[in-house]
Design a protein around this ligand. Structure first.
Ligand SMILES: [Zn+2]
Ligand SMILES: [Zn+2]
Length: 236
């Protein structure tokens, strides 16, 4: 344990944090108590490509049928209670502490895999919001997650690479075929990516249509590989 960690722990001993779930005081470096952390719906077995929860670690039927435009998806949790409530609090009520805790835990879950990715030429890129939505919310949740992740790895954050040029209707109310159509030509890549690999960051992966479309654009712009990182994955 280095001095910085010791100091951090000492500070938390003097000024304990509060668990984001049960509200009990905690002297841990993260604002979640051990009991609540162990009860979280961690993502277990899943498809190695799209991270859809499964009973095994084989590729799912959808990924077998049509290979993904990204090479892997790393998610911390299944998107169900209390993860959905915490992400909702993070995005819609600006409870940034929830986002911070979940990002840290999801990172820890994949620390080993992430440490095996060479950071040379790696860009950490958040899924962009259209400027209108970003203004309305006050921030882009994926940007905050990407920023924290880039510090933890550490790797280069690039928040000016990807733009959302069309303000699409909310994806979650659309059937799958309409989602794909809805997103077509929605994103623009700012420059040539020859030689770069991208760690694409989102808060929740649902059907994967957004990350599929963005990865396609990134590969077309010269990226050699795209890996997706998200806090949570919706169950099938
Ligand atoms: Zn707790
Ligand atoms: Zn899959």
């Amino acid at each position: 344990m280095n001095l910085r960690t010791k100091l951090h722990q000492f500070t938390y001993y003097l000024f304990p944090g509060q668990c984001i779930l049960c509200k009990s005081l905690t002297s841990r470096a993260l604002d979640i108590c051990l009991a609540c952390e162990s009860e979280l719906p961690w993502l277990g077995n899943c498809c190695p490509y799209c991270a859809e929860p499964s009973t095994n670690i084989l590729p799912c039927a959808r990924c077998l049928q049509q290979p993904q435009t990204f090479s892997a998806t790393l998610c911390g949790f299944e998107y169900r209670f209390p993860i959905n409530t915490l992400i909702h609090a993070f995005k819609d009520s600006q409870h940034l502490c929830s986002g911070y805790v979940l990002t840290h835990l999801a990172y820890e879950r994949h620390r080993k895999t992430l440490s095996n990715i060479s950071v040379e030429d790696l860009l950490v890129v958040p899924v962009p919001l259209h400027p209108r939505k970003s203004r309305a919310r006050g921030f882009n949740q994926s940007h905050l997650i990407a920023q924290q992740l880039a510090e933890l790895i550490p790797a280069t954050l690039d928040q000016t690479l990807l733009y959302r040029v069309i303000d699409t209707p909310d994806q979650k109310n659309l059937p799958l075929s309409a989602r794909k159509k809805n997103l077509k030509d929605s994103f623009q890549v700012a420059r040539n990516l020859k030689g770069n690999r991208v760690l694409l960051v989102d808060d929740v992966v649902t059907t994967g249509t957004t990350i599929t479309e963005i990865s396609r654009c990134l590969l077309e712009s010269g990226a050699s590989d795209v890996v997706v990182f998200a806090v949570a994955r919706t169950p099938p």
